[in-house]
Write a new protein. Structure first.
Length: 416
Protein backbone atom coordinates (compact mmCIF):
# COMPACT_ATOMS: atom_id res chain seq x y z
CA UNK A 1 0.00 0.00 0.00
CA UNK A 2 1.48 3.37 -1.02
CA UNK A 3 1.84 6.19 1.41
CA UNK A 4 -0.57 9.04 1.31
CA UNK A 5 0.52 11.78 -1.06
CA UNK A 6 -1.29 14.62 0.67
CA UNK A 7 -3.47 15.61 3.62
CA UNK A 8 -6.35 13.27 4.38
CA UNK A 9 -9.91 14.31 3.74
CA UNK A 10 -13.33 12.68 3.98
CA UNK A 11 -14.75 11.04 0.88
CA UNK A 12 -18.33 9.87 0.37
CA UNK A 13 -18.66 6.68 -1.68
CA UNK A 14 -21.37 4.49 -3.22
CA UNK A 15 -20.61 0.87 -4.12
CA UNK A 16 -22.34 -2.40 -4.94
CA UNK A 17 -21.74 -5.23 -2.48
CA UNK A 18 -21.38 -8.98 -3.24
CA UNK A 19 -25.09 -9.45 -2.48
CA UNK A 20 -26.09 -6.85 -5.08
CA UNK A 21 -27.07 -4.17 -2.57
CA UNK A 22 -25.99 -0.56 -2.98
CA UNK A 23 -24.01 0.62 0.06
CA UNK A 24 -22.93 4.13 1.04
CA UNK A 25 -20.39 5.46 3.50
CA UNK A 26 -17.62 7.91 4.30
CA UNK A 27 -13.89 7.16 4.30
CA UNK A 28 -10.85 9.18 5.36
CA UNK A 29 -8.20 9.10 2.61
CA UNK A 30 -5.78 11.30 0.70
CA UNK A 31 -7.00 10.64 -2.84
CA UNK A 32 -9.99 9.28 -4.70
CA UNK A 33 -7.81 6.45 -6.05
CA UNK A 34 -6.95 5.37 -2.50
CA UNK A 35 -10.64 5.11 -1.63
CA UNK A 36 -11.31 3.03 -4.73
CA UNK A 37 -8.44 0.65 -3.96
CA UNK A 38 -9.68 0.10 -0.40
CA UNK A 39 -13.22 -0.59 -1.62
CA UNK A 40 -11.99 -3.06 -4.25
CA UNK A 41 -10.03 -4.94 -1.57
CA UNK A 42 -13.33 -5.23 0.31
CA UNK A 43 -14.84 -6.85 -2.83
CA UNK A 44 -17.07 -3.83 -3.48
CA UNK A 45 -17.77 -2.52 -6.97
CA UNK A 46 -17.32 1.25 -6.91
CA UNK A 47 -20.17 3.34 -8.30
CA UNK A 48 -19.20 6.84 -7.20
CA UNK A 49 -16.58 8.56 -5.02
CA UNK A 50 -16.86 12.27 -4.19
CA UNK A 51 -15.49 14.67 -1.55
CA UNK A 52 -17.82 14.77 1.45
CA UNK A 53 -18.60 18.48 1.35
CA UNK A 54 -21.43 19.77 3.49
CA UNK A 55 -23.82 19.47 0.56
CA UNK A 56 -22.43 16.07 -0.42
CA UNK A 57 -22.76 14.83 3.16
CA UNK A 58 -26.42 15.86 3.26
CA UNK A 59 -27.07 14.14 -0.09
CA UNK A 60 -25.20 11.08 1.09
CA UNK A 61 -27.31 10.90 4.25
CA UNK A 62 -30.46 11.05 2.16
CA UNK A 63 -29.11 8.30 -0.10
CA UNK A 64 -28.35 6.13 2.92
CA UNK A 65 -31.92 6.54 4.15
CA UNK A 66 -33.25 5.63 0.70
CA UNK A 67 -30.59 3.01 -0.02
CA UNK A 68 -33.02 0.14 0.04
CA UNK A 69 -34.75 1.50 -3.03
CA UNK A 70 -31.53 1.11 -5.02
CA UNK A 71 -31.08 -2.60 -4.33
CA UNK A 72 -30.12 -4.41 -7.50
CA UNK A 73 -33.12 -6.69 -7.75
CA UNK A 74 -35.17 -7.71 -10.78
CA UNK A 75 -38.56 -9.34 -11.13
CA UNK A 76 -38.63 -12.94 -12.47
CA UNK A 77 -40.25 -11.69 -15.69
CA UNK A 78 -37.39 -9.20 -16.21
CA UNK A 79 -34.76 -11.88 -15.64
CA UNK A 80 -36.52 -14.19 -18.11
CA UNK A 81 -36.71 -11.40 -20.71
CA UNK A 82 -33.01 -10.57 -20.27
CA UNK A 83 -32.07 -14.25 -20.61
CA UNK A 84 -34.13 -14.77 -23.76
CA UNK A 85 -32.72 -11.67 -25.48
CA UNK A 86 -29.15 -12.50 -24.54
CA UNK A 87 -29.55 -16.10 -25.73
CA UNK A 88 -30.95 -14.90 -29.07
CA UNK A 89 -27.99 -12.58 -29.65
CA UNK A 90 -25.36 -15.14 -28.67
CA UNK A 91 -26.83 -17.88 -30.84
CA UNK A 92 -26.93 -15.35 -33.73
CA UNK A 93 -23.14 -14.99 -33.48
CA UNK A 94 -22.76 -11.83 -31.40
CA UNK A 95 -20.02 -11.87 -28.75
CA UNK A 96 -20.95 -11.50 -25.06
CA UNK A 97 -19.55 -7.96 -24.63
CA UNK A 98 -21.45 -6.54 -27.61
CA UNK A 99 -24.63 -8.35 -26.59
CA UNK A 100 -24.47 -6.95 -23.05
CA UNK A 101 -23.71 -3.47 -24.38
CA UNK A 102 -26.77 -3.58 -26.67
CA UNK A 103 -29.00 -4.88 -23.86
CA UNK A 104 -27.71 -2.17 -21.52
CA UNK A 105 -28.40 0.57 -24.07
CA UNK A 106 -31.93 -0.71 -24.76
CA UNK A 107 -32.77 -1.66 -21.15
CA UNK A 108 -36.23 -0.72 -19.94
CA UNK A 109 -35.93 1.02 -16.58
CA UNK A 110 -32.91 2.02 -14.51
CA UNK A 111 -32.75 -1.23 -12.55
CA UNK A 112 -32.21 -3.33 -15.67
CA UNK A 113 -29.61 -0.88 -16.91
CA UNK A 114 -27.66 -0.98 -13.63
CA UNK A 115 -27.62 -4.77 -13.49
CA UNK A 116 -26.57 -5.22 -17.12
CA UNK A 117 -23.97 -2.46 -16.81
CA UNK A 118 -22.47 -4.07 -13.71
CA UNK A 119 -22.32 -7.45 -15.47
CA UNK A 120 -20.64 -5.95 -18.54
CA UNK A 121 -18.05 -4.14 -16.42
CA UNK A 122 -17.06 -7.37 -14.69
CA UNK A 123 -16.91 -9.31 -17.96
CA UNK A 124 -14.71 -6.60 -19.52
CA UNK A 125 -12.42 -6.82 -16.48
CA UNK A 126 -11.75 -10.45 -17.34
CA UNK A 127 -14.26 -12.30 -15.16
CA UNK A 128 -16.23 -15.23 -16.52
CA UNK A 129 -19.91 -14.52 -17.08
CA UNK A 130 -20.90 -17.07 -14.41
CA UNK A 131 -18.59 -15.38 -11.89
CA UNK A 132 -20.14 -12.00 -12.69
CA UNK A 133 -23.63 -13.44 -12.18
CA UNK A 134 -22.55 -15.02 -8.89
CA UNK A 135 -21.88 -11.57 -7.42
CA UNK A 136 -25.64 -10.83 -7.64
CA UNK A 137 -27.38 -13.70 -5.80
CA UNK A 138 -30.47 -11.56 -5.22
CA UNK A 139 -30.97 -11.39 -9.01
CA UNK A 140 -29.50 -14.62 -10.36
CA UNK A 141 -30.00 -17.76 -8.20
CA UNK A 142 -27.69 -20.78 -8.03
CA UNK A 143 -29.69 -22.54 -10.75
CA UNK A 144 -29.03 -19.69 -13.16
CA UNK A 145 -25.32 -19.48 -12.32
CA UNK A 146 -24.89 -23.26 -12.52
CA UNK A 147 -26.39 -23.53 -15.98
CA UNK A 148 -24.35 -20.58 -17.27
CA UNK A 149 -21.16 -22.04 -15.82
CA UNK A 150 -21.89 -25.37 -17.51
CA UNK A 151 -22.61 -23.60 -20.80
CA UNK A 152 -19.35 -21.64 -20.62
CA UNK A 153 -17.36 -24.79 -19.82
CA UNK A 154 -18.88 -26.60 -22.80
CA UNK A 155 -18.51 -23.65 -25.17
CA UNK A 156 -22.27 -23.45 -25.68
CA UNK A 157 -23.34 -20.46 -23.62
CA UNK A 158 -26.02 -19.43 -26.10
CA UNK A 159 -27.70 -22.85 -26.06
CA UNK A 160 -27.49 -23.00 -22.27
CA UNK A 161 -29.22 -19.63 -22.02
CA UNK A 162 -31.91 -20.79 -24.47
CA UNK A 163 -32.65 -23.81 -22.28
CA UNK A 164 -32.58 -21.56 -19.23
CA UNK A 165 -35.02 -19.09 -20.79
CA UNK A 166 -37.40 -21.96 -21.59
CA UNK A 167 -37.16 -23.16 -17.99
CA UNK A 168 -37.84 -19.67 -16.60
CA UNK A 169 -40.76 -19.20 -18.99
CA UNK A 170 -42.35 -22.51 -17.96
CA UNK A 171 -41.97 -21.61 -14.29
CA UNK A 172 -43.53 -18.22 -14.95
CA UNK A 173 -46.51 -19.78 -16.76
CA UNK A 174 -47.08 -22.33 -14.00
CA UNK A 175 -46.91 -19.60 -11.35
CA UNK A 176 -49.27 -17.39 -13.38
CA UNK A 177 -51.73 -20.29 -13.75
CA UNK A 178 -51.85 -20.77 -9.98
CA UNK A 179 -52.19 -17.06 -9.26
CA UNK A 180 -54.92 -16.59 -11.86
CA UNK A 181 -56.86 -19.55 -10.51
CA UNK A 182 -56.82 -18.10 -6.99
CA UNK A 183 -57.95 -14.58 -7.93
CA UNK A 184 -61.67 -15.34 -8.31
CA UNK A 185 -62.04 -17.36 -5.06
CA UNK A 186 -60.10 -14.65 -3.18
CA UNK A 187 -62.34 -11.88 -4.54
CA UNK A 188 -65.43 -13.96 -3.75
CA UNK A 189 -64.32 -14.52 -0.14
CA UNK A 190 -63.48 -10.84 0.41
CA UNK A 191 -66.79 -9.67 -1.07
CA UNK A 192 -68.79 -12.21 0.95
CA UNK A 193 -67.05 -11.39 4.25
CA UNK A 194 -67.53 -7.67 3.61
CA UNK A 195 -71.25 -8.22 2.94
CA UNK A 196 -71.74 -10.24 6.12
CA UNK A 197 -69.85 -7.72 8.28
CA UNK A 198 -71.90 -4.91 6.73
CA UNK A 199 -75.14 -6.73 7.57
CA UNK A 200 -74.10 -7.41 11.17
CA UNK A 201 -72.60 -4.01 12.00
CA UNK A 202 -74.64 -1.54 9.90
CA UNK A 203 -77.99 -3.01 8.84
CA UNK A 204 -78.97 -5.13 11.84
CA UNK A 205 -78.32 -2.42 14.50
CA UNK A 206 -80.99 -0.26 12.80
CA UNK A 207 -83.66 -2.75 13.96
CA UNK A 208 -82.41 -3.25 17.53
CA UNK A 209 -84.13 -0.08 18.96
CA UNK A 210 -87.41 -1.23 17.40
CA UNK A 211 -87.13 -4.61 19.12
CA UNK A 212 -86.27 -2.99 22.47
CA UNK A 213 -89.18 -0.53 22.33
CA UNK A 214 -91.72 -3.30 21.82
CA UNK A 215 -90.21 -5.41 24.63
CA UNK A 216 -90.67 -8.58 22.64
CA UNK A 217 -88.86 -11.78 23.53
CA UNK A 218 -86.64 -12.31 20.53
CA UNK A 219 -85.93 -15.77 19.06
CA UNK A 220 -82.62 -17.37 20.03
CA UNK A 221 -81.25 -17.06 16.48
CA UNK A 222 -81.97 -13.32 16.47
CA UNK A 223 -80.30 -12.82 19.87
CA UNK A 224 -77.19 -14.67 18.64
CA UNK A 225 -76.99 -12.57 15.46
CA UNK A 226 -77.47 -9.31 17.41
CA UNK A 227 -74.77 -10.32 19.92
CA UNK A 228 -72.40 -11.19 17.09
CA UNK A 229 -73.01 -7.83 15.43
CA UNK A 230 -72.45 -6.00 18.73
CA UNK A 231 -69.21 -7.89 19.31
CA UNK A 232 -67.90 -7.03 15.84
CA UNK A 233 -68.88 -3.39 16.26
CA UNK A 234 -67.00 -2.98 19.54
CA UNK A 235 -64.14 -5.47 19.12
CA UNK A 236 -63.80 -5.83 15.35
CA UNK A 237 -60.67 -3.69 15.11
CA UNK A 238 -59.07 -5.49 18.05
CA UNK A 239 -59.93 -8.83 16.44
CA UNK A 240 -58.37 -7.70 13.15
CA UNK A 241 -55.17 -6.66 14.93
CA UNK A 242 -55.12 -9.97 16.81
CA UNK A 243 -55.37 -11.89 13.53
CA UNK A 244 -52.53 -9.79 12.12
CA UNK A 245 -50.32 -10.49 15.15
CA UNK A 246 -51.18 -14.19 14.96
CA UNK A 247 -50.23 -14.25 11.27
CA UNK A 248 -46.90 -12.56 11.94
CA UNK A 249 -46.22 -14.91 14.86
CA UNK A 250 -46.94 -17.99 12.77
CA UNK A 251 -44.72 -16.67 9.99
CA UNK A 252 -41.91 -16.07 12.47
CA UNK A 253 -42.36 -19.53 14.01
CA UNK A 254 -42.17 -21.17 10.58
CA UNK A 255 -38.73 -19.64 10.02
CA UNK A 256 -37.31 -22.30 12.32
CA UNK A 257 -36.30 -25.26 10.11
CA UNK A 258 -37.75 -27.99 12.33
CA UNK A 259 -41.18 -26.31 12.55
CA UNK A 260 -41.21 -25.49 8.84
CA UNK A 261 -40.42 -29.13 8.05
CA UNK A 262 -43.37 -30.34 10.13
CA UNK A 263 -45.68 -27.75 8.54
CA UNK A 264 -44.59 -28.60 4.97
CA UNK A 265 -45.08 -32.32 5.60
CA UNK A 266 -48.57 -31.57 6.88
CA UNK A 267 -49.40 -29.56 3.74
CA UNK A 268 -48.43 -32.51 1.54
CA UNK A 269 -51.00 -34.68 3.37
CA UNK A 270 -53.94 -32.27 2.95
CA UNK A 271 -56.48 -33.72 0.46
CA UNK A 272 -56.40 -32.15 -3.04
CA UNK A 273 -54.06 -29.34 -1.90
CA UNK A 274 -51.39 -31.90 -1.00
CA UNK A 275 -51.77 -33.59 -4.39
CA UNK A 276 -51.37 -30.22 -6.12
CA UNK A 277 -48.24 -29.37 -4.12
CA UNK A 278 -46.76 -32.80 -4.89
CA UNK A 279 -47.34 -32.41 -8.63
CA UNK A 280 -45.86 -28.89 -8.65
CA UNK A 281 -42.86 -30.07 -6.62
CA UNK A 282 -42.31 -33.05 -8.94
CA UNK A 283 -42.53 -30.77 -11.98
CA UNK A 284 -39.98 -28.35 -10.48
CA UNK A 285 -37.61 -31.16 -9.57
CA UNK A 286 -37.68 -33.03 -12.87
CA UNK A 287 -37.66 -29.88 -15.03
CA UNK A 288 -34.69 -28.38 -13.20
CA UNK A 289 -32.76 -31.65 -12.97
CA UNK A 290 -33.33 -32.52 -16.63
CA UNK A 291 -32.38 -29.04 -17.85
CA UNK A 292 -29.19 -28.95 -15.77
CA UNK A 293 -28.06 -32.40 -16.90
CA UNK A 294 -28.95 -31.56 -20.50
CA UNK A 295 -26.50 -28.65 -20.27
CA UNK A 296 -23.67 -30.80 -18.95
CA UNK A 297 -23.98 -30.36 -15.18
CA UNK A 298 -23.01 -33.61 -13.35
CA UNK A 299 -25.91 -35.29 -11.58
CA UNK A 300 -24.60 -34.65 -8.05
CA UNK A 301 -24.09 -30.96 -8.78
CA UNK A 302 -27.49 -30.80 -10.48
CA UNK A 303 -29.15 -32.33 -7.42
CA UNK A 304 -27.48 -29.81 -5.12
CA UNK A 305 -28.76 -26.92 -7.25
CA UNK A 306 -32.22 -28.47 -7.59
CA UNK A 307 -32.48 -28.78 -3.81
CA UNK A 308 -32.46 -24.99 -3.56
CA UNK A 309 -35.22 -24.64 -6.18
CA UNK A 310 -37.81 -26.69 -4.30
CA UNK A 311 -39.80 -24.48 -1.96
CA UNK A 312 -41.17 -27.29 0.21
CA UNK A 313 -38.60 -28.17 2.90
CA UNK A 314 -39.79 -31.78 3.07
CA UNK A 315 -39.05 -32.20 -0.65
CA UNK A 316 -35.73 -30.36 -0.31
CA UNK A 317 -34.69 -32.67 2.55
CA UNK A 318 -35.59 -35.66 0.39
CA UNK A 319 -33.38 -34.37 -2.46
CA UNK A 320 -30.55 -33.69 0.00
CA UNK A 321 -30.73 -37.29 1.22
CA UNK A 322 -30.80 -38.54 -2.37
CA UNK A 323 -27.66 -36.50 -3.11
CA UNK A 324 -25.81 -38.24 -0.27
CA UNK A 325 -27.00 -41.64 -1.54
CA UNK A 326 -25.79 -40.81 -5.06
CA UNK A 327 -22.32 -40.07 -3.73
CA UNK A 328 -22.32 -43.51 -2.11
CA UNK A 329 -23.23 -45.18 -5.41
CA UNK A 330 -26.97 -45.71 -4.95
CA UNK A 331 -29.49 -44.96 -7.68
CA UNK A 332 -31.54 -41.76 -7.73
CA UNK A 333 -34.91 -43.48 -8.10
CA UNK A 334 -34.12 -45.87 -5.23
CA UNK A 335 -33.14 -42.99 -2.93
CA UNK A 336 -36.23 -40.90 -3.70
CA UNK A 337 -38.55 -43.90 -3.37
CA UNK A 338 -37.14 -44.67 0.07
CA UNK A 339 -38.16 -41.25 1.42
CA UNK A 340 -41.79 -41.67 0.23
CA UNK A 341 -42.32 -37.96 -0.51
CA UNK A 342 -42.41 -37.58 -4.29
CA UNK A 343 -45.18 -39.11 -6.47
CA UNK A 344 -44.71 -42.73 -7.53
CA UNK A 345 -45.13 -41.81 -11.21
CA UNK A 346 -42.07 -39.54 -11.04
CA UNK A 347 -40.03 -42.28 -9.35
CA UNK A 348 -41.01 -44.72 -12.10
CA UNK A 349 -39.97 -42.31 -14.87
CA UNK A 350 -36.61 -41.65 -13.22
CA UNK A 351 -35.97 -45.38 -12.83
CA UNK A 352 -36.64 -45.88 -16.54
CA UNK A 353 -34.30 -42.97 -17.32
CA UNK A 354 -31.51 -44.50 -15.23
CA UNK A 355 -31.94 -47.94 -16.78
CA UNK A 356 -31.87 -46.56 -20.34
CA UNK A 357 -29.15 -43.95 -19.69
CA UNK A 358 -31.56 -41.18 -20.75
CA UNK A 359 -32.18 -39.60 -17.37
CA UNK A 360 -32.19 -35.98 -18.56
CA UNK A 361 -34.60 -36.61 -21.46
CA UNK A 362 -36.97 -38.77 -19.38
CA UNK A 363 -36.90 -36.21 -16.54
CA UNK A 364 -38.00 -33.46 -18.94
CA UNK A 365 -40.83 -35.61 -20.27
CA UNK A 366 -41.86 -36.39 -16.71
CA UNK A 367 -41.92 -32.65 -15.98
CA UNK A 368 -44.41 -32.11 -18.83
CA UNK A 369 -46.68 -34.79 -17.39
CA UNK A 370 -46.56 -33.37 -13.85
CA UNK A 371 -47.21 -29.83 -15.08
CA UNK A 372 -50.28 -31.04 -16.97
CA UNK A 373 -51.42 -32.95 -13.87
CA UNK A 374 -51.02 -29.84 -11.71
CA UNK A 375 -53.19 -27.81 -14.11
CA UNK A 376 -55.90 -30.50 -13.96
CA UNK A 377 -55.83 -30.45 -10.15
CA UNK A 378 -56.02 -26.63 -10.15
CA UNK A 379 -59.13 -26.78 -12.34
CA UNK A 380 -60.62 -29.45 -10.07
CA UNK A 381 -59.81 -27.43 -6.95
CA UNK A 382 -61.35 -24.34 -8.49
CA UNK A 383 -64.47 -26.29 -9.47
CA UNK A 384 -64.90 -27.37 -5.83
CA UNK A 385 -63.77 -24.17 -4.11
CA UNK A 386 -65.98 -21.61 -5.86
CA UNK A 387 -69.34 -23.41 -5.29
CA UNK A 388 -68.30 -24.25 -1.72
CA UNK A 389 -67.54 -20.60 -0.91
CA UNK A 390 -70.76 -19.47 -2.59
CA UNK A 391 -72.87 -21.99 -0.67
CA UNK A 392 -71.25 -21.26 2.71
CA UNK A 393 -71.55 -17.50 2.35
CA UNK A 394 -75.09 -17.82 1.00
CA UNK A 395 -76.10 -19.90 4.01
CA UNK A 396 -74.59 -17.33 6.40
CA UNK A 397 -76.36 -14.41 4.72
CA UNK A 398 -79.62 -16.36 4.59
CA UNK A 399 -79.26 -17.18 8.30
CA UNK A 400 -78.81 -13.51 9.21
CA UNK A 401 -81.79 -12.44 7.12
CA UNK A 402 -83.91 -15.30 8.52
CA UNK A 403 -83.06 -14.29 12.08
CA UNK A 404 -84.18 -10.75 11.30
CA UNK A 405 -87.42 -11.96 9.71
CA UNK A 406 -88.19 -14.18 12.70
CA UNK A 407 -87.88 -11.15 14.97
CA UNK A 408 -90.17 -9.11 12.72
CA UNK A 409 -92.76 -11.92 12.73
CA UNK A 410 -92.66 -12.03 16.52
CA UNK A 411 -93.40 -8.30 16.59
CA UNK A 412 -96.38 -8.84 14.27
CA UNK A 413 -97.70 -11.55 16.61
CA UNK A 414 -97.50 -9.09 19.53
CA UNK A 415 -99.34 -6.43 17.50
CA UNK A 416 -102.21 -8.80 16.86
Amino acid sequence: MSAASGPSETWHYSAVGPDGRLVHGDMLASTEQQVMQRLQRQKLMVVQVAPATRRGAVQGGVRVLLGRRHTLRLRPAEVADFTRKLATMLTAGLDLDRALRFLGETAVGPRNGRVIGALRDRVRDGEAFAEALETMPSVFPKLYVGMVRAGEAGGALGEALLHLSELLERERKLRATIQSAMIYPAVLVVASVFSIVLLLTQVLPQFVPLFEENGATLPLATRIVIATGSFLTHWGLVLLVAFGIAGVSIHAALRKPERRLVFDRFLLRVPILGSLLLEIMAAQFTRTLGTLMQNGVPIVGALRITEGVIGNTAGAACVSEATRDMREGRGLAYSLERTKVFPEAMIHFLRVGEETAQLSAIALRSADIHEDASRVIIQRLLAILVPAITIIMGVLVAGIVSALLLAMLSLNDLAH
